[in-house]
Design a protein around this ligand. Structure first.
Ligand code: SF4
Length: 256
């Protein structure tokens, strides 16, 4: 096991958070499945990493009820109906038995650092469910909080907006980063960087599992990494990312 992953798992343990190592996405899926009782209702937070694992589909195939507000909706719903369905599912997923999502960054000393636009994903990590499972690829491990916030502000958030709104034709975003790909700490009504959270220890009423996968997943990199590694992360992200609702562009998650 990579020394950085090993150190991060030990740090999680010291914070009373269950750290789990997975060699790859298949191994991660198997380990997550083992954590979920057959009668559990699973709520999903928006996460490209969980989509890359294909976990929502695998759970449904096992007969487990999954509340996934980020399931692509095609032509069976009008944009308005898709938006109502999405909001309804967000509420329902908030009080399920187990919440499953990803994290924007994890520090080597075991802190989970996130930004959210709506708040459902970050709050779901620590409130509303007896159990939360958070999956993270090795590329999202950072040295410390400074590096975590630098990555979120400089790499993750602006690229997230630009790729979804401009490259993939999702909801038209009026933030400056949609055009420039860089954060200017905007005050736009469409701003996605609304809620920052740091989880420092196991929430008192929530059992928290963090699965660290020895594979690059989701959106996140250090700008000093080789260009081809960054390109692979980006391409893989674009294949799986959820595209937000945009009445002007089509129903929830419908790809152009
Ligand atoms: S604060 Fe505004 S400009 Fe910066 S990444 Fe977030 S949405 Fe984009």
């Amino acid at each position: 096991m990579d020394a950085q992953i090993h150190a991060t798992l030990s740090s999680l343990h010291s914070r009373h958070i269950q750290g789990i190592f997975a060699q790859n996405v298949d191994d991660a899926s198997r380990r997550i499945m083992n954590l979920i009782p057959q009668d559990a209702v699973v709520g999903m937070g928006d996460s490209t990493t969980t989509k890359q694992l294909g976990i929502s589909k695998a759970l449904k195939e096992r007969g487990i009820r999954v509340l996934d507000p980020f399931e692509p909706k095609g032509s069976e719903m009008s944009p308005h109906e898709a938006l109502q369905w999405h909001k309804d599912m967000l509420k329902k997923a908030t009080v399920s038995d187990l919440f499953l999502t990803g994290t924007n960054a994890i520090t080597q000393d075991g802190r989970l650092v996130n930004v959210d636009a709506v708040g459902n994903r970050v709050s779901g990590m620590f409130w509303g469910h007896p159990t939360s499972v958070i999956v993270v690829g090795r590329n999202k491990i950072v040295k410390d909080l400074d590096e975590a916030f630098y990555r979120i502000r400089k790499v993750i958030a602006p690229n997230h907006v630009r790729i979804r709104s401009v490259e993939l034709g999702g909801r038209d975003s009026k933030t400056p980063c949609a055009v420039t790909g860089e954060c200017s700490d905007c005050r736009a009504p469409d701003r996605i960087c609304n809620i920052f959270t740091i989880i420092e220890g196991r929430p008192l009423f929530t059992e928290l599992h963090v699965v660290i996968v020895d594979q690059d997943l989701g959106l996140g990199w250090d700008p000093s990494w080789p260009k081809d590694r960054i390109e692979r992360i980006l391409e893989n992200y674009k294949r799986f990312v959820w595209i937000p609702i945009g009445p002007e562009r089509g129903p929830t998650g419908q790809r152009p």
